[in-house]
Design a protein around this ligand. Structure first.
Ligand code: UDP
Length: 312
């Protein structure tokens, strides 16, 4: 059993990691400033003696007493409308926040896993995306604040590994969905499900021909924990390679919710990637045959069930 710190632990993915780590008997220190995370996400864990919460902005100095075996660094705004509204916080948490967390890992002798993103590939010219592709990112576009923050975070993480011998891991997370996504975070899954449940038209941006590949959160969590304890020190894609167009995804959600909703087209956001699909050959090889196991129809049913209790 380990003592594990999770930054962004009250966020969507962070809270699923905390839940799983506590269930496995680890001591979990969850850090969050609730900028985009929510107390509701960790409410069920608060009474557990294995779970400790610290409200903290990690772009400032981080102090944690006692030993730390591992750090999962998940703090960041993570949806396009969040980083459009919080551009400076997004850049600061990816740069200053990652620096502080790496300093803590060095001090404690902890291994650290950085949550990176498929956004490092930008609007990709290689498809599906393999880890050796360097990406096609617009550094000065509104979306670039997230992409470049994560690219810097990867660079400083590798520098701490090379210069200070810190045991680092980097996961590049592709579109992930499931319970505890924020209803209003603007991402396609909560938007479409909430719209379908309300009987409103689903807002497809552009002609809906752009593609994404959606991974259910428990599959992602399994891949992340395998990577954390693996020996592999370079970035690894984790995602579900089943690719579909956004238009087909809208139709699937209408079908699964049994909604009468139609579809309305809205303008495509600036620099919206035209295609995205993870190549997970490397993950399979280095993570003991890890592969996603939840089909999108089943995962969406679970997500819909969650939102049914929330949407009004
Ligand atoms: N999208 C859409 N309607 C929405 C929200 C998003 O058509 O109401 C599209 C968006 O333009 C993108 C895809 O769905 O092509 C996925 O968007 P999301 O914000 O979930 O994340 P991204 O994959 O772009 O980071």
């Amino acid at each position: 059993m380990s003592r594990i710190l999770v930054t962004g632990g009250a966020g969507f993915i962070g809270s699923h990691l905390c839940e799983r780590l506590v269930a496995e008997g680890n001591d979990v220190i969850c850090v969050d400033n609730f900028l985009t995370g929510s107390p509701d996400n960790i409410a069920p864990l608060l009474g557990n003696s294995k779970f400790h919460f610290i409200q903290l902005d990690i772009t400032n100095f981080i102090y944690v007493s006692g030993p730390v075996d591992a750090i999962l660094h998940f703090a960041s705004p993570a949806s396009p409308i969040d980083y459009l509204e919080l551009p400076i916080q997004t850049l600061k948490v990816g740069s200053l926040g990652t620096h502080k967390v790496l300093g803590l890992a060095k001090e404690k002798g902890a291994r650290i896993l950085l949550a990176s993103t498929s956004e490092v590939y930008g609007d990709p010219l290689v498809h599906p995306q393999t880890e050796d592709y360097w990406g096609n990112v617009n550094p000065i576009g509104p979306r670039g604040v997230y992409d470049e923050a994560k690219r810097f975070a990867e660079a400083i993480t590798m520098a701490y590994q090379r210069s200070h011998g810190v045991e680092t891991r980097i996961v590049r997370i592709f579109n992930t969905y499931g319970p505890r996504m924020r209803q209003e975070d603007g991402r396609v899954v909560p938007n479409f499900i909430a719209q379908a449940l309300r009987g409103e038209d689903l807002t497809v941006y552009g002609d809906g021909g752009q593609t994404r590949s959606f991974c259910y959160v428990t599959d992602l969590v399994e891949g992340i924990l395998r990577l954390l304890w693996s020996d592999y020190r370079e970035p690894v894609n984790i995602g579900n390679p089943r690719e579909m167009t956004v238009l087909d995804f809208a139709k699937l959600i209408i079908e699964l919710t049994g909604s009468q909703s139609g579809i309305t087209h809205k303008p495509l956001p600036v620099d919206d990637p035209k295609v995205r699909q993870p190549d997970i050959t490397l993950a399979r090889r280095v993570l003991n045959d890890w592969t996603p196991s939840v089909p999108v129809e089943e995962g969406l049913r679970l997500a819909i069930e969650y939102f049914q209790g929330k949407v009004r």
